[in-house]
Design a protein around this ligand. Structure first.
Ligand code: PLP
Length: 396
């Protein structure tokens, strides 16, 4: 059958983070002594009020197809909540509910690009971005960043990239996975103004919007520059903020005509998002703020504990995460002593020798780095750090 596989499908690789997460779980189930910091999901249970809303939906028989772009109640609640949060009016027809934020991003790319269009993707990028761009037939153009700018794209870099080609869309993510970087108000204003000037569309992935720490503030480009609404899709959802990763509900907010096209695509691609999950997500949006803040507070403590110990390990460096739940650390100074040439080999060695599973930075566009996720309970984080320290001292 292999000879029938399309060139497009052959060009797509599975998600490294999902594959490694499965690998950690399989090893643990087989009784191996493995500590995994691979997944990017809260280790908390979905809050009870949200679970109950899902159970109620099942009991009440809300188990049939819904409108393709989602139930009106959820679209209205999201429109109301985000109009208030962003200070920009969104009507319910400007909200599309999908199977997770990942799906919302895919739909946005599908609706915004034609085959061959260029999409700017900034390092360190979420693993799925370049693959999704390729899936819709567009071309990812990678904007390389480095330690000099704190792994952020400056407006100068963006201007240069624009000068090199004809990008149609910028795929932007703050707070960021995999580094937890949060762009400041000034940085976002500068980037947003250039997008307005150049007429480039923006997909702003704000899935970690509520997960910021130590007083760092998340700024939505649309909130800072309301004129951007007309050329932006704001992506968010319930997965990270309300510990609902497996329920699969994401939101896209976009001007009505684009939202209409995204809904039309979804109607033919998947029918509609999961009915039960939409009712649970409605409860999250309406009444989940206290639980959301409780979990955020816990993540903040875990981040502090993890960051302090990580910073004390010699030979590595990392940008301070202001949000999400990741540290992206430059471990390349250890490569020669470890006898490895890149992040994948480094992570494999760490797994083989210490039973610690973390994610290589290569698939995020930075092969010098590895990603730790710190959303785990303190005991697991402590075990992981013990193992990492011991590994580093073996090769120092
Ligand atoms: N965007 C980023 C930056 C993410 O890290 C993730 C999940 O890891 C998503 C989107 C997808 O979220 P969801 O689980 O709602 O599809």
């Amino acid at each position: 059958m292999a000879r029938f596989i399309s060139r497009r499908a052959a060009g797509i690789e599975p998600s490294v983070t999902l594959s490694l997460n499965t690998r950690a779980n399989t090893l643990k189930e087989a009784g191996e002594d493995v500590v995994g910091l691979a997944a990017g999901e809260p280790d908390f249970e979905t809050p009870d009020i949200i679970k109950e809303a899902g159970i109620k939906a099942i009991r009440e028989g809300k188990t049939r197809y819904t409108p393709a772009a989602g139930i009106r109640q959820l679209r209205e609640a999201v429109a109301e909540e985000y109009s208030a949060l962003l200070g920009v009016d969104y009507g319910w027809k400007e909200v599309v509910i999908s199977h997770g934020a990942k799906h919302s991003i895919f739909n946005s790319l599908y609706a915004l690009t034609d085959p061959g269009d260029e999409v700017l993707v900034v390092t360190p990028y979420w693993v799925s971005y370049p693959e999704m761009v390729k899936l819709v037939g567009a071309v990812p153009r990678i904007v390389e960043t480095g330690a000099e700018t704190g792994y952020k794209m400056t407006v100068g870099m963006l201007r240069e990239e624009i000068g090199r080609g004809r990008p149609k869309v910028l795929l932007f993510n703050s707070p960021n996975n995999p580094a937890g970087i949060v762009y400041t108000r000034e940085e976002i204003e500068a980037v947003g103004n250039l997008l307005l000037e150049e007429g480039i569309a923006l997909i702003s992935d704000e899935i970690y919007e509520f997960l910021t720490f130590d007083g760092v503030e998340h700024h939505s480009p649309v909130k800072l520059l309301p004129a951007l609404k007309d050329q932006s899709v704001v992506i968010t959802g319930v997965s990270k903020s309300y510990a609902m990763t497996g329920w699969r509900v994401g939101f896209a907010l976009a001007e009505e005509q684009l939202a209409y096209r995204m809904g039309a695509y979804q109607a033919h691609a998947t029918g509609c998002p999961n009915a039960i999950s939409q009712w649970a997500a409605l409860e999250a949006v309406r009444s989940g703020a206290a639980d959301r803040e409780r979990m955020r507070g816990e993540f903040e403590k875990r981040k502090k504990m993890f960051g302090e110990r990580l910073a004390a390990i010699p030979g590595i460096s990392f940008p301070e995460p202001g949000g999400a739940f990741y540290f992206l650390a430059d471990v390349s100074s250890l490569y020669p002593a470890c006898g490895v040439s890149g992040s994948a080999e480094f992570c494999e060695k760490l797994l083989q020798e210490k039973g610690l599973l973390v994610i290589p930075g290569g698939p995020f566009g930075l092969d010098k780095m590895i990603r730790f996720s710190f959303e785990w309970a303190e005991e697991q984080l402590t075990m992981a750090l013990d193992r990492f320290e011991s590994f580093v001292s073996d090769y120092s």
